[in-house]
Design a protein around this ligand. Structure first.
Ligand code: PGA
Length: 251
């Protein structure tokens, strides 16, 4: 079973539209024809259209950083899947630890978002990961298992197989402290096993699992070569064309 590597840049709340256009153009010229790795850019909502235009005709795909699960309605401040789809979004990050931490996102509502994403033919990047205190208390496996089970409960197996899960230990995000290759592999293997138990061996072998947390050009390769690591979700190092291209061109 060969899983195509997927490297996504999560631009978080950075870049004006002009800056987003410059970065996207820079990436089109550096990695826009790359076919052996799937490259995804996830700008802010206000830059989605700009980036969609910049990457048109290239191999790069567009992702959003969040969504709401209803198609429309009186939900001030929210953005729906039909709106994202219209712009050309393929992937939607859900359950990022910053959304769990600052915006009250729960496994139950990530689960609803995933179902809505599938309903509209898009693909979720579902984030899970333990906090530092949880790792120190040897609770990593429990916490991650519970998150995966909660996020994927009741979802259709064929859609889960096409999905992306991002393992992002919270203590590694934006800290410069990257998980060791052993820590990453261990968590990824666990996630794959949980998916296997919930669905089937085939689904577990198909689902792609990204590592996220302080991925840089100089540490990406040793993580990417782990058997259960299928990609990276990159924050800080995705904000600059040279460093993100360096990550995409790992190995
Ligand atoms: P980082 O962020 O690469 O800056 O650690 C990763 C993420 O939050 O997705």
């Amino acid at each position: 079973m060969s899983r195509k590597p997927i490297i996504a840049g999560n631009w978080k709340m950075y870049k004006t539209r002009q800056e987003a256009a410059d970065l996207a153009n820079g990436l089109v010229s550096r990695v826009g024809t790359k076919k052996d790795v799937e490259v995804v850019l996830c700008p802010t909502y206000t830059s989605l259209e700009t980036v969609a235009q910049a990457i048109r005709g290239s191999q790069i795909r567009l992702g959003a950083q969040n969504c709401y699960f209803e198609d429309q309605g009186a939900f001030t401040g929210e953005i729906s899947l039909p709106m994202l789809k219209e712009i050309g979004v393929h992937y939607v990050i859900i359950g990022h630890s910053e959304r769990r931490q600052f915006f009250g996102e729960t496994d139950a509502n990530i689960n609803k978002k995933a179902a809505a994403i599938y309903r509209h033919g898009l693909t979720p990047i579902i984030c899970v990961g333990e906090m530092l205190e949880e790792r120190k208390a040897n609770r990593t496996a429990d916490v991650v298992t519970k998150q995966v089970e909660g996020c994927l409960a009741g979802l259709p197996a064929d859609k889960v197989a096409e999905s992306v899960i991002a393992y992002e230990p919270v203590w590694a995000i934006g800290t410069g402290v990257v998980a060791t290759k052993e820590q990453a592999q261990e968590a990824h293997a666990l996630i794959r096993a949980v998916v296997g138990k919930m669905f089937s061996q085939n689904v577990a072998e198909a689902v792609r699992i990204q590592y996220g947390g302080s991925v840089k050009p100089n540490n990406v390769t040793e993580i990417m070569v782990q058997p259960d690591v299928d990609g990276a979700l990159v924050g800080g190092a995705s904000l600059e064309a040279d460093s993100f291209a360096g990550i995409v061109n790992f190995g």
